[in-house]
Design a protein around this ligand. Structure first.
Ligand code: SF4
Length: 228
């Protein structure tokens, strides 16, 4: 068996402490993009780039009634779809991605969303992060860890990765230390924690149950105490 470095071992031990606390803290943590099918989640995930999940959910409420299949998205004119999704921002690129994705679903898979990473990233407009969201949440497959801005920040503060911002490298670090059956939920837990306690500007370390295991939190508390 490959020898595990001291750093990985320390991080695995930290995960063992932190994961049960997070699961207890956020028992209802789940994907916050509303969807009732893999196709809907695929569309919602594309729309969620640089946009809040709440805003996406407002837009998809009517969007999903209007477009029910890959064929519907592939057939709509670019300008019409742009208008439908305008308020999510970057609507030209997003409309292009959704239409390209829908067309490749029809060409390659008879309109059905596939359930493997290789097939998903082959679709137009779909990257690894989007594929991970769909596999984990629509197909219940722990194929990777979704790394967004919250996961990036909280993982760095908890010293779970060596990489500050490269999502692919952060994901690789996390996959080495988080048990595979927890990959999908781990990402939701960090997103919930990042939104509710470990905020970007002003983390509530004094109220955070992860403080005993968090190098950055302990540093932040020392600095705050020195200022008092
Ligand atoms: S202790 Fe502070 S920095 Fe660490 S996870 Fe909690 S809120 Fe974030």
């Amino acid at each position: 068996m490959a020898k595990v470095s001291k750093k990985i071992q320390t991080r695995r031990e930290r995960i063992e402490k932190v994961l049960p606390i997070l699961k207890k803290l956020y028992p209802t943590a789940k994907c916050s993009l509303d969807h009732s099918s893999p196709l809907e989640l695929l569309v919602a995930t594309i729309l969620s780039a640089q946009c809040t999940d709440d805003r996406v959910n407002i837009v998809t409420k009517s969007l999903f009634k209007k477009y029910r299949s890959a064929k519907d998205y592939a057939a709509v004119k670019q300008e019409v779809l742009e208008k439908d999704i305008q308020s999510t921002g970057f609507f030209r690129n997003k409309a292009k991605s959704i239409r390209a994705m829908a067309q490749s679903l029809i060409d390659l898979h008879g309109g059905k969303v596939p359930d493997t990473m290789e097939q998903l990233v082959e679709l137009g407009g779909v990257g690894r992060k989007t594929a991970n969201v769909v596999l984990g949440n629509a197909f219940d497959k722990n194929i990777g860890v979704v790394v967004d801005t919250h996961v990036t920040r909280v993982s760095n503060r908890l010293d779970l990765t060596d990489h500050e911002s490269d999502a692919v490298k952060i994901e690789q670090d996390l996959m080495q230390i988080v048990p595979q059956e927890d990959w999908t939920i781990f990402s939701h837990l960090l997103i919930f924690h990042g939104r509710q306690i470990c905020n970007a500007r002003n983390p509530k370390c004094d109220k955070c149950p992860l403080l005993p295991y968090c190098p950055a939190g302990q540093q932040i508390m020392r600095e705050r105490n020195e200022q008092d």
